[in-house]
Design a protein around this ligand. Structure first.
Ligand code: NAP
Length: 297
């Protein structure tokens, strides 16, 4: 079914895919949903470079690793400036954590969730995207960038407090600000980087490590919540099997700026994301990035 913007694509079975010749980068492909997507892409013939902190697929054919702590703006920019782009068809951005119960910040002075879940994408993309060619050999059209988060969920965020400095600190609001910033990133990048296509992914709730920083790794709270989620939702592998056919669908060449739910169905964006509101996030991001780079000298 098309959504209200007429976005639709023909779903295909993952087992019918031949992805030989597809070159992909999955930022955050070392764990959780990014890793599941990487494994599906590689097992169907694609070459995938994953960027993250801990490589868990050593020896798996088709998967290369770049080690980086992307909570550093400086490192994110460096990785974005160095990844090979000559034959890059597909970029998937899945890095993330949740905000801790007490505010944490990086050595560059950025709140840690905002740094790992948003600046790891914003700062990296600003370096990577201009270096990517306007034509993908695999898609015979523009290369594609997929930004995973929680778009379309109604989170408006607060671009005036991107660094969570307002008191009292509220971890859930901080995390929802990263959600909003990532939704704004899809539309802001679409407006600013016309030689690529940008899409948002909302996977819904899936059992992964994403909530560890908030719930506490291996805590009873974490075990209970993740157990419930694993019962009511798809596994990362099942999600990836549904979503990889979307990532490479020829139909997507007709669209730009669309967002998709856990089943790959197009959904409506959060209404607050007008061009003016998206620009506010973009401007606040540029300011905080500059401050982070200054603080790290
Ligand atoms: N799972 C859900 O229920 C859910 C719900 C809504 C939205 N999402 C979104 O889906 C995306 C993927 O989340 P997930 O569930 O797959 O989480 P995950 O299992 O925790 O995976 C997160 C990934 O981010 C990487 N990462 C975290 N901090 C990093 C850092 N400082 N430097 C480099 N890499 C870093 C991790 O790599 P290392 O392990 O190598 O550090 C891992 O590959 C996120 O945007 C999340 O917000 C997930």
């Amino acid at each position: 079914m098309p959504n209200d913007n007429g976005v639709t694509w023909k779903k295909t079975d993952i087992d019918s895919l031949d992805l030989k010749g597809l070159n992909a980068v999955v930022i955050g492909g070392t764990g959780g949903l990014g890793r599941a997507i990487t494994q599906q892409l590689a097992s169907h013939g694609a070459k995938v470079t994953v960027v993250g902190q801990t490589f868990r697929d050593e020896g798996v054919s088709g998967i290369d690793f770049v080690k980086a702590d992307l909570s550093s703006v400086k490192v994110a920019k460096q990785v974005g400036g160095e990844l090979p782009t000559q034959s890059l068809d597909l970029v998937v951005l899945t890095t993330g954590i949740t905000a801790a119960p007490e505010r944490e910040q990086t050595s560059e002075g950025v709140e840690k969730d905002m740094a790992a879940s948003y600046f790891s994408r914003y700062s990296l993309l600003k370096e990577l995207a201009p270096r990517m060619l306007p034509q993908s050999h695999f898609f015979r059209s523009h290369p594609r960038v997929f930004i995973m988060g929680f778009p379309g969920s109604g989170k408006t965020g607060d671009p005036d407090d991107l660094n969570s400095e307002r008191l009292p600190y509220k971890p859930l609001e901080t995390h929802f600000n990263t959600v909003a910033a990532n939704e704004a990133l899809v539309f802001g990048a679409k407006a600013r980087i016309p030689h690529l296509k940008f899409f948002g992914l909302n996977p819904g709730l899936i059992k992964t490590n994403i909530r560890n920083n908030y719930l506490g790794e291996n805590s009873w709270k974490s075990s209970a919540i993740e157990w419930v989620i694993s019962w009511i939702s798809a596994s990362p592998e099942d999600y990836a099997k549904k979503i990889v056919p979307l990532l490479i669908s020829p139909d997507l060449s007709n669209f730009n700026g669309a967002i998709f739910d856990k089943n790959g169905n197009a959904i409506e964006k959060t209404p607050v994301f007008t061009d003016v509101y998206v620009d506010k996030f973009w401007e606040a991001s540029a300011k905080l990035e500059l401050k982070a780079l200054g603080d790290s000298k």
